[in-house]
Design a protein around this ligand. Structure first.
Ligand code: HEC
Ligand SMILES: [Cu+2]
Length: 343
């Protein structure tokens, strides 16, 4: 297990290096006398961004002169709340960015321009003397040693629809760990259910009440705003594969075989449009799936992406808050509490 993880990390490292090396040096060509960098957006099939790496000094303005050579695109900076720029074919948009902290930032297209859309990404390398750039905190799945590629169906699921409202009635019976954030992060709903099932204070409760408690605990760990925010991000970035309703039937993946984590070849089916492995994602509305995975696992999958499955990596794109919102939203598929979630 450990070895496999290490091998994966090494592969990721090599891929990042392979992407980074050929592009350095192309930049100077497009800087004109006013220090304006000209950037052309193109669908990945047409070559992608005209620059994959842009270098700038910390605190110095980066002036960008951006246009599109084919269809409508967007220009966004990863992990920032800045609104995206619309990039219209044949028109130029100017923007000036200032990065205070040295580091690597991702710029990307935020409009679904084609099947390889999510690959429209580039890097802004910000250099500076004060190398204060803090290393990214280690993602939870690495800290907790969770294998995010192994099968993880729920050991048990509720036999009828859950009610967080009913679950709230039993909160005084709960052991302390049940409401701790660490427990939520590291534990799947099914695992927490099994753990609570063994608690003597809850021994008299029927199984369904215990599920209502779990639904209530999950609700306590999220807010309505997060769910709404997560829904917006999902509709824009994820629904093309995962489907509007989370069933794994988005336009990109129709007719493909469903991902089978027990079969390492299930990602080997090449998608005609992308030339890459792509499978159908699991059905998130089937509780057997999401009730078997912890927030840490979901976070890991979103940050790192799949292994040859076509699931993109979103680590450089979304802030931690945005990823938390996505996780909150994903669970609503399994609980079916989306409409009832308002506190
Ligand atoms: C290009 C298609 C595609 C897009 C776009 C996509 N996904 Fe996925 N996703 C997949 C596939 C295929 C899988 C199943 C294989 C895997 O887990 O690697 C998957 C798996 C996942 C899983 C793991 C589920 C589990 O229980 O193991 C999560 C979580 C997830 N996606 C979240 C997202 C989010 C959030 C977004 C948008 C920000 C997104 N995906 C966008 C294709 C996609
Ligand atoms: Cu795009």
């Amino acid at each position: 297990m450990k070895k496999e993880l290490l091998a994966r990390l090494i592969i990721i490292l090599f891929i990042s290096l392979a992407i980074a090396i050929p592009v350095i040096g192309r930049l100077k060509l497009s800087v004109n006398h006013n220090n304006v960098v000209e950037l052309h957006a193109r669908m990945p099939e047409n070559g992608g961004w005209s620059l994959s790496t842009i270098e700038v000094k910390a605190g110095k303005p980066l002036k960008l002169h951006i246009t599109s050579d084919d269809v409508m695109h967007g220009f966004s900076i990863g992990k920032s709340d800045q609104p995206a720029l619309e990039i219209t074919p044949g028109e130029f948009v100017d923007t000036t960015l200032i990065f205070d902290t040295p580091g690597r930032y991702t710029f990307y297209c935020d409009r679904w321009c084609g099947p390889n859309h999510w690959r429209m990404r580039g890097t802004i390398v910000v250099t500076g003397d004060n190398q204060t750039s803090q290393p990214e905190p280690q993602p939870l799945f690495l800290k907790l040693g969770i294998d995010i590629d192994s099968p993880s169906d729920a050991e048990t699921i509720p036999s009828k629809p859950v009610s967080a409202e009913n679950g709230a009635k039993f909160q005084h019976l709960l052991p302390e760990y049940a409401l701790q954030r660490d427990t939520y992060n590291a534990t799947s709903p099914a695992k927490l259910w099994m753990r609570l099932r063994k608690e003597s204070t809850l021994a008299n409760l029927p199984d369904s009440d215990l599920w209502d408690i779990i639904a209530w605990i999950w609700q306590q760990n999220t807010t309505n705003d997060q769910v709404i925010n997560g829904q917006e991000i999902f509709a824009k970035n994820c629904a093309a594969c995962h489907g509007e309703t989370g069933e794994g039937d988005g336009v990109m993946v129709r007719g493909l075989p469903v991902w089978d984590p027990g079969n390492h070849n299930s990602g080997n089916v090449m998608h005609e449009a992308t030339g890459e492995g792509l499978v159908r994602p699991p059905d998130f509305t089937d509780p057997i799936h999401l009730l078997g995975v912890s927030p840490a696992l979901l976070e890991g999958k979103i940050i790192r992406g799949g292994m040859g499955t076509g699931m993109p990596y979103w680590g450089p794109i979304f802030t931690n808050q945005q990823i938390d919102s996505l996780i909150s939203y994903l669970y609503t598929f399994a609980w079916n509490t989306r409409a009832k979630n308002s506190n």
